[in-house]
Design a protein around this ligand. Structure first.
Ligand SMILES: Nc1ncnc2c1ncn2[C@@H]1O[C@H](COP(=O)(O)OP(=O)(O)OP(=O)(O)O)[C@@H](O)[C@H]1O
Ligand SMILES: O=P(O)(O)OC[C@H]1O[C@H](OP(=O)(O)OP(=O)(O)O)[C@H](O)[C@@H]1O
Ligand SMILES: O=C(O)c1cccnc1
Length: 495
């Protein structure tokens, strides 16, 4: 059972938009439900104007699909929905059909923890029209949010440059699942632990923490608060020192640290949660070092994000661990990833794939047709060179011509000796997940390996260079052809 089902004890088949069900009814009613189709899930713009995006959420999505079915209770609810004439929207035979429905799609996808870029299919779902359509909303809600938060976490960890980053966001998250999914995604992105105990249990994420201001405020004196905490939890002492006077707080922590040491324990550190974190951390470090606590951690928190952390580190802050909450789990500066799910191919009754595009006045919104795979090219040192989208039914030649997606004047010819890898792999067959090597630990490691192979000029947090993503020449021509066909039929209609 996935974590949402565990939390709500409820089928998730209705975790969708009504229009998916009305379209599904339409497909069924007109005999189209079993037509074979391909949908692609992709986004058009990287979050934070950043140079990379980290894919996340796939395994939760697969768990959801494996369990997906409409329970008797769901069907009773659907039977109660009425149209604008007050009559039921769905007929009984359709609801019986939904009750029997089991999901048998095939999915190829880019594994979690991979660096991904605009226009690339993160998931390619192939199966009957009705099933593929019914999956849209749930897939987007899971993948969009976790991809956004994993990306934010990777940026925060990049700024922290090897320091410990802890995710403290649950209390400020957008609701219960916002908090739990964020902890999972933040762990994928590189955080070493979370304060969220339920996420720790569900996903086996290390749980970590200090104490709150309330602990200090309960006692008449800060020293007594620290002493009592040390008596109760001598192996978990990170003292929050800023309730009254931060530097006095550090002195109090040191006093208790000395006593703890006499009893055979070691104070783990202190936490700063307000004031000028630069000067306070430097001052605190001097006091701790002089008192014989060079290994005591200085943890900082207080509305941190990648920019504040980078700034503090550049200016020499003596902070070794960063507690990051609100701005991470709410993705404060960019609250949503605009991932979409579009039909790219439909099989004719003759068994031939008919490729489809959605055109738009905004060129960037015109979709890419075909059954797409992403090929990533590497240079001799194993660094990413660029990515190419190609049609799996028209595989590229040995020397493919690439057309840059953002600038179609930019052509590139790839020679046969360039190393490459195809990113989408089979992750579900006939409704059963087939992906292996996908524990959260493996996903985290995969991301770190990806980041090591991703050149610095694309990776920097501010104004990164744009990583080249291209269409294989054949897909580019197909797209032009389909756009022209649509333009011509529009002109005919206007005449
Ligand atoms: N030296 C520094 N350089 C850059 N940013 C800092 C520095 N010191 C603190 N900050 C950040 O500046 C912001 C300070 O916020 P704010 O003024 O609300 O906090 P405060 O007054 O210190 O504490 P409180 O949260 O109790 O109000 C926080 O986001 C903090 O992380
Ligand atoms: O600032 P964030 O990045 O969101 O990190 C989480 C915040 O939550 C806590 O504050 P809160 O005032 O809620 O409780 P406290 O008494 O423990 O400080 C903690 O002290 C951090 O400041
Ligand atoms: O353990 C902590 O220090 C903590 C936990 C949640 C939020 N802020 C801080």
């Amino acid at each position: 059972m996935n974590h949402l089902q565990q939390l709500y004890g409820h089928s998730l088949a209705l975790l969708t938009d009504l229009y998916q069900l009305t379209m599904a009814y339409g497909y069924w009613k007109t005999g189209r439900q079993d037509q074979e189709v391909v949908f692609s899930l992709f986004f058009r713009k990287p979050p934070y104007q950043g140079g990379y995006t980290v894919s996340a959420g796939l395994n939760n999505a697969l768990e959801l699909i494996e369990q997906l079915h409409f329970t008797a209770d769901d069907i009773t609810y659907l039977a109660s929905i009425t149209g604008n004439d007050g009559k039921p929207l769905f007929e009984k035979d359709f609801l019986d059909y939904l009750h029997q429905l089991r999901f048998t799609c095939n999915i190829d996808a880019i594994p979690e923890g991979t660096l991904v870029f605009p226009h690339q299919p993160l998931l390619r779902v192939q199966g009957s029209l009705i099933q593929c359509q019914l999956l849209e909303t749930a897939l987007l809600t899971i993948v969009n949010y976790q991809t956004l938060i994993a990306t934010k976490a990777a940026r925060v960890c990049q700024a922290a440059a090897g320091d410990i980053v802890l995710e403290f966001g649950l209390r400020r998250a957008q609701g219960i699942d916002g908090g739990i999914s964020a902890s999972r995604a933040a762990y994928i992105g590189g955080c070493v632990g979370t304060s969220n105990v339920l996420a720790g249990k569900l996903y086996n994420i290390p749980v970590k923490g200090t104490h709150a201001h309330s602990w200090v405020m309960v006692f008449p004196e800060e020293l007594e608060a620290f002493q009592t905490y040390a008596d109760v939890l001598p192996n978990n002492c990170i003292f929050l020192v800023d309730t009254y006077d931060t530097l006095q707080g550090v002195q109090n922590a040191i006093q208790i640290g000395i006593k703890l040491r006499q009893q055979g324990h070691e104070m783990a550190g202190i936490r700063l949660d307000s004031g000028d974190l630069l000067s306070l951390s430097q001052h605190a470090r001097r006091l701790l070092d002089q008192a014989g606590f060079p290994d005591a951690l200085i943890v900082a928190s207080n509305d941190l994000d990648e920019y504040t952390i980078q700034d503090l580190k550049n200016r020499g802050a003596a902070i070794n661990a960063w507690g990051v909450g609100t701005k991470l789990v709410t993705s404060y500066d960019e609250p949503a990833l605009g991932g979409v799910y579009k039909l790219t191919a439909i099989k004719t009754p003759q068994g031939i794939w008919d490729y489809r595009i959605k055109v738009s006045e905004q060129t960037i919104k015109t979709t890419n047709p075909a059954i797409l795979q992403v090929r990533r090219f590497y240079n001799d040192q194993g660094f990413f060179l660029g990515d190419m989208l190609y049609d799996i039914l028209q595989p590229p030649t040995q020397t493919p011509v690439l057309v840059n997606i953002n600038d179609t004047q930019k052509l590139l010819k790839i020679s046969p000796e360039v190393a490459y890898e195809d990113l989408l792999v089979p992750v579900m067959r006939h409704g059963k997940a087939t992906i292996t090597d996908n524990t959260l630990e493996q996903i985290r490691q995969h991301l770190q390996q990806q980041l090591q192979r991703y050149p610095e000029n694309f990776k920097r947090l501010n104004n990164p260079d744009s990583y080249p993503v291209s269409l294989e020449g054949g897909v580019f021509l197909l797209k032009e052809h389909l756009i022209n066909q649509i333009k011509q039929s529009k002109t005919r209609y206007q005449m």
